[in-house]
Design a protein around this ligand. Structure first.
Ligand code: DLZ
Length: 213
């Protein structure tokens, strides 16, 4: 059925051999937690294995472009280490491929199995990420802060994906009120959880990146 809003129908993409990195800001953590859950739900529905979903966090949305860039670079280093049989990881690699959300335990998803690092799990992929998802929530305040951050983060994320050639899904909500954020995070049965669209976009782009057509 045609839809006015949203990404519309797409064929189902198989994410079973994809490795996906998620990096989220910790500001507005209730909304972030719901969006993260929605994202993981759709990744799993597309077949992405829990051990191949790596989640890390940064303080606020401003830090997302840097976090995404380093997370991807770290995965390349990690991949090179494992392909040469090296077990050593740099501290930066360890830090940025952390498998926990850093959200307080009451906000992070209890159903999420921590994704083990490649050196501790036989089944976890050690390949560089096929796609990354940057999640943040900016709520407009009384100053120009919102505009500056929203613009810089949007441009930064676009730059990372074009410079690196790895898709970076834009999971940045820019809302005027908390209410709007709740509707877009599907909280309390309201609206639609946009995280689900972000997970699907990551799988589609991760697959297409390997070969378009
Ligand atoms: C400072 C700030 C403000 C006021 N609002 C938000 C917000 O709504 N969402 C968000 O993700 N981050 C916010 N931040 C934090 C900045 O993104 C950043 O973490 C700090 O300025 C430190 O660089």
């Amino acid at each position: 059925m045609a839809s006015l809003k949203g990404p519309g129908a797409a064929r189902a993409y198989d994410g079973s051999d994809l490795r996906i990195g998620i990096i989220h800001a910790r500001w507005n953590s209730t909304l972030i937690s719901a969006l993260l859950d929605g994202t993981k739900k759709s990744l799993r529905a597309a077949g992405v294995r829990d051990e191949n979903i790596v989640v890390s966090s940064v303080p606020g949305s401003w830090e997302l472009p840097f976090g995404v860039q380093r997370m991807y670079a770290s995965s390349q280093v990690q991949s090179a280490h494992s392909s040469t049989g090296g077990a050593l990881l740099t501290s930066a690699t360890d830090l940025l491929t952390s498998s926990t959300t850093d959200l307080p335990s009451n906000l992070s998803s209890s159903s999420t199995k921590p994704a083990p690092s490649s050196s501790t799990s036989a089944s976890a992929s050690t390949a560089p990420f096929d796609a990354l998802i940057a999640i943040g929530v900016l709520i407009k305040g009384e100053t120009m802060h919102f505009e500056y951050i929203a613009d810089a983060v949007s441009q930064g994320l676009m730059r990372v994906q074009l410079d690196s050639g790895v898709p970076v899904v834009f999971g940045l909500l820019t809302v005027l009120t908390e209410e709007q954020g709740m509707a877009r995070a599907g909280i309390e049965g309201r609206g639609h959880n946009h995280g689900e669209d972000w997970g699907s976009a990551a799988v589609e782009l991760g697959v297409k990146r390997r070969g378009w057509g």
